[in-house]
Design a protein. Structure first.
Length: 150
C-alpha cells in the first residue's frame, strides 16, 4: 500500500498525521509525507516591487521551514515495517498533491481540512475539496477534534 500524507503544519494537518500514525498499516506500506511551499500574494494595490519582495520573502521562509516540517511529521509516523519518506515541492498545493499522488502511485491520500465553509472556499479556495475532486485514488480528509467547551 502507498499512502501520501499532505501537511502544511496546521492543526488540521496535525490531525491527519496523527490519524496515519494511529493506523495499523500492513507491513511494507510506503508512506510519503509531502508539504508544498505556496506563497500567497496579497490582494492589495501595492507597487510591483513590494509584491515581489513579499512573495520572495514568503518563499524563502517556506524553503527554510519545509524540511523540518516534513521530517517532524515523518518521525511521528515511522515504525518498523513502514517505509516513510518526505517530499517538499513548490507551487499550488491543490495541483501538486494530486500530481505527486499520481507520480508516487498512491493508493490513498490523507490530508486535513481547515473547514472554512462555502464563503471561505470561495475566497481562499479549498485544497481538500480540489484534491477530493481530482485525486487518482481514495482520499481521507481529517478534521481536528474540537475541544469540549469547559
Amino acid at each position: 500500500m502507498k499512502i501520501l500524507v499532505a501537511t502544511d503544519g496546521s492543526p488540521s494537518s496535525g490531525a491527519a498525521i496523527a490519524s496515519v500514525a494511529a493506523q495499523p498499516w500492513p507491513e511494507g506500506t510506503e508512506i510519503e509525507v509531502l508539504t508544498v511551499i505556496h506563497t500567497v500574494v496579497p490582494f492589495l494595490l501595492e507597487p510591483t516591487y513590494s509584491i515581489i519582495f513579499i512573495h520572495m520573502d514568503q518563499l524563502e521562509k517556506g524553503r527554510k521551514h519545509a524540511p523540518e516540517l516534513v521530517e517532524n511529521a515523518a518521525a511521528r509516523i515511522r515504525r518498523p515495517g513502514l517505509t516513510v519518506t518526505t517530499q517538499v515541492l513548490e507551487g499550488a498545493p491543490k495541483h501538486l498533491i494530486v500530481e505527486e499522488a499520481e507520480r508516487f502511485g498512491a493508493d490513498l491520500i490523507v490530508l486535513g481540512t481547515h473547514g472554512h465553509g462555502p464563503a471561505g472556499r470561495f475566497i481562499l479556495g479549498s485544497v481538500a475539496h480540489s484534491v477530493v475532486l481530482h485525486a487518482p485514488c481514495s482520499v481521507e480528509v481529517v478534521r481536528p477534534r474540537k475541544e469540549a467547551a469547559g
